[in-house]
Write a protein that binds this ligand. Structure first.
Ligand SMILES: *[C@@H]1O[C@H](CO)[C@@H](O)[C@H](O)[C@H]1NC(C)=O
Ligand SMILES: *[C@@H]1O[C@H](CO)[C@@H](O)[C@H](O)[C@H]1NC(C)=O
Ligand SMILES: *[C@@H]1O[C@H](CO)[C@@H](O)[C@H](O)[C@H]1NC(C)=O
Ligand SMILES: *[C@@H]1O[C@H](CO)[C@@H](O)[C@H](O)[C@H]1NC(C)=O
Length: 378
C-alpha cells in the first residue's frame, strides 16, 4: 500500500502550550507518557481510544519516541504510526466511536461492553472467542474505517482527500457526480492495514486454538469494515433556480454510525459458530446452515453467562444493574439478575412537563420531579 507520508505540524508543546522550549518539552512529554502508561496499561490498539495524548500537535517533538511509547501497538502498528502520525488521532476516535456504539447496543444486556477493567480496554472477557468478542472486534474496525474516511474528506490527513469513487452507473445523467465524498476506499484500506497488522504479525501452529482465534479476529474485523462499506450511499444536494432542483450534485456518503451498530447487532444475533477442520481452516460447526459470508460474524467459543463477577474470565457480573420488572427480555429482572432476585428503590427523576407553545416560536416547559420505582439486581 502506498499512502504517502504524514505531514509536519506546527510545533506546540501540547498540553503545556508554548511555555516550554523543545528540549524541556520532550522531557515533559516523556514524563507524561510514562505516567499515562501506568494508568492506561493495555494490550491492544483499542487503548488509543483512551489515550489523551492523541492530539496531533503532540507528535512533532520527539515524533519517533511517541509512537513507540503509545501503549498497545504491535510492531507493525508502531511502524504505521511513524509513517502516518496524523492518522493516529482518528484511529483513536474510531475506536472510541466503536466502543460507545457497543455500549449503546448492549445497554440492556448482561454483558454491557463495559471497559472498567483497566488491565486492557475491555478486560479479560476478550480472551474468550465468544460472540461478544466478535462484535467488539467488528465494531472497532468499523469505527476506524468510519473515522479515517471522514478525516480524508475533511482534509485532515496529508495522504488522502475527497473520495475518488467512480460515478455510479445508475445515477441520472444530468446529475453531477463530484461533491467531496467520504473516502471509503482509503479508509477501508488503511484500517485493514492498521487494525489487522497485529493479527498478521503473529504465527501459530496450524490447528491450534490460538490460530483459530487469529482467524476469527481477522474475519470479524473484515465483517465490520464490509458493513460500513455496504451502508455507504449516494447523497445529493439540489441546486437550480429558486429551489427547483433542476440540478443535483451527488457524492459518496457514509451512513450514520448508529446504522452500522444496528446492522452489526443483527449480525451478532445471527453469528455463526465455527471450529477448525483437519486442514486448519475455520468451518462452521453445524454444516446444515449456509457458510458465513465475509459480512457475517463468527465465533469459536460459547459465551459465559456473565451473571457473576469472575476474575479469571473478566466477567463483571450483574449485581447492582438496573432491570425492568415488567419486561420478559434480557433487560427484565428475571434474566438480568440470573434468578437472584432484585431490590426495589424509590428514585427521584427530573423531567420536562407542562410544556406550552409560545407565539412565536418557542416551547416553554417546567421541570417536574417524579418518584419512580427502580429495580436493581441482587
Ligand atoms: C485498575 O486501576 C486501579 C487504579 O488506577 C487499580 O487500583 C486496579 O487494581 C486496576 N485494576 C486492574 C484489574 O488492573
Ligand atoms: C470463573 O470462571 C471459570 C471459567 O468459566 C470457572 O472455572 C470458575 O469456577 C469461575 N470462578 C468463580 C469464582 O466463579
Ligand atoms: C455495565 O455493567 C457494569 C457491571 O455489570 C456496571 O458497573 C456499569 O455501570 C454498566 N454500565 C452501564 C453503561 O450501564
Ligand atoms: C419495561 O418493559 C416494558 C415491556 O417491555 C416496557 O413497556 C417499559 O417501557 C419498560 N420500562 C422501562 C422503564 O424501560
Amino acid at each position: 500500500m502506498n499512502l504517502g507520508l504524514g505531514c509536519v505540524r506546527r510545533p506546540i508543546c501540547w498540553p503545556f502550550g508554548s511555555v516550554l522550549d523543545s528540549r524541556h518539552c520532550v522531557f515533559a512529554l516523556t514524563l507524561l507518557t510514562l505516567l499515562m502508561q501506568v494508568v492506561v496499561e493495555a494490550n491492544s490498539w483499542w487503548s488509543l481510544a483512551m489515550n489523551p495524548l492523541l492530539i496531533p500537535e503532540a507528535y512533532i517533538i520527539g515524533a519517533q519516541p511517541l509512537c513507540s511509547q503509545l501503549v498497545g501497538l504491535s510492531q507493525g502498528q508502531k511502524k504505521l504510526c511513524q509513517l502516518y502520525q496524523d492518522h493516529m488521532q482518528y484511529i483513536g476516535e474510531g475506536a472510541k466511536t466503536g466502543i460507545r456504539e457497543c455500549q449503546y447496543q448492549f445497554r440492556h444486556r448482561r454483558w454491557n461492553c463495559s471497559t472498567v477493567d483497566n488491565s486492557s480496554v475491555f478486560g479479560r472477557v476478550m480472551q474468550i472467542g465468544s460472540r461478544e468478542t466478535a462484535f467488539t472486534y467488528a465494531i472497532s474496525a468499523a469505527g476506524v474505517v468510519n473515522a479515517v474516511s471522514r478525516a480524508c474528506r475533511e482534509g485532515e490527513l496529508s495522504s488522502c482527500g475527497c473520495s475518488r469513487a467512480a460515478r455510479p452507473k445508475d445515477l441520472p445523467r444530468d446529475w453531477l457526480w463530484g461533491g467531496c465524498g467520504d473516502n471509503l476506499n482509503y479508509g477501508y484500506r488503511f484500517s485493514r492495514e492498521f487494525v489487522d497488522a497485529r493479527e498478521r504479525e503473529k504465527s501459530f501452529p496450524k490447528g491450534s486454538h490460538e490460530n483459530a482465534r487469529l482467524l476469527m479476529n481477522l474475519h470479524n474485523n473484515e465483517a465490520g469494515r464490509r458493513i460500513v462499506s455496504d451502508l455507504a450511499h449516494v447523497s445529493c444536494k439540489c441546486h437550480g433556480v429558486s429551489g427547483s432542483c433542476s440540478l443535483k450534485t451527488c457524492w459518496l456518503q457514509l451512513a450514520d454510525f448508529r446504522k452500522v451498530g444496528d446492522a452489526l447487532k443483527e449480525k451478532y444475533d445471527s453469528a455463526v459458530a465455527m471450529k477448525l477442520n483437519s486442514r486448519g481452516k475455520l468451518v462452521q460447526m453445524h454444516s446444515r446452515f449456509n457458510p458465513p459470508t465475509n459480512h457475517d460474524l463468527v465465533y469459536i467459543e460459547q459465551s459465559p453467562d456473565y451473571c457473576l463477577k469472575n476474575q479469571s474470565t473478566g466477567s463483571l457480573g450483574t449485581v447492582g444493574r438496573l432491570c425492568n420488572k415488567t419486561s420478559e427480555g434480557m433487560d427484565g429482572c428475571e434474566l438480568m439478575c440470573c434468578g437472584r432476585g432484585y431490590d426495589q428503590y424509590k428514585a427521584q427523576i427530573v423531567e420536562r412537563c407542562h410544556c406550552k407553545f409560545h407565539w412565536c416560536c418557542y416551547v416553554k416547559c417546567k421541570r417536574c420531579t417524579k418518584i419512580v420505582d427502580q429495580f436493581v439486581c441482587k
